[in-house]
Design a protein around this ligand. Sequence first.
Ligand SMILES: [Zn+2]
Ligand SMILES: [Zn+2]
Length: 181
Amino acid sequence: MAANTNLFTDKEITNWFKTFIALNVTKQGLTNFLETQLQNVHAVVGRSCGNCPIEKLIPCPTKPYCKKLKLNYCRFHKSQKPQPCPTCDHVKQNIILQHRYSGPSWRNTRAENWAQDYWEIGKCFFPPDGYSSVCSVQESDFNGVISIMLNCLHFQTCLSSSCLSPPPPDKQCPLEKVIQF
Ligand SMILES: [Zn+2]
Ligand SMILES: [Zn+2]
């Protein structure tokens, strides 16, 4: 079947390709920076006990995780009942403090790995869903990388103020413009 569109002469498609490549190159350029800074965030939030999954650390019910279809049955907590752990709760509170909107993406993270893996802390700053299986900065898309930088307050201390001025949420913020693209 003959294609109606010539891939290399259609201006919009060419521009889309260029943008796709540019976003990828930019993401690669940010990889080392992001990894180093997430290690710093890891040091700031502290060490978890390494045994508690996120289900254990979130009380039931908590929006938007718990949806009780039947009385006393919560799909989110079906494998683990909430149970206090002062060590992990302290880390959890510190992650909330680091989040610009106080709403970390708990569904993306494996809290059991908070103790030894800074990337699991970074995943709390992703968009709310769809990133749980992303295992590294390299595997993340550009949107994920920029979301971490916008949502995690630590990055305010290492980015030029022109990147975050005015601070998000603001449609004029250069980083947010990229996400809207
Ligand atoms: Zn714990
Ligand atoms: Zn629940």
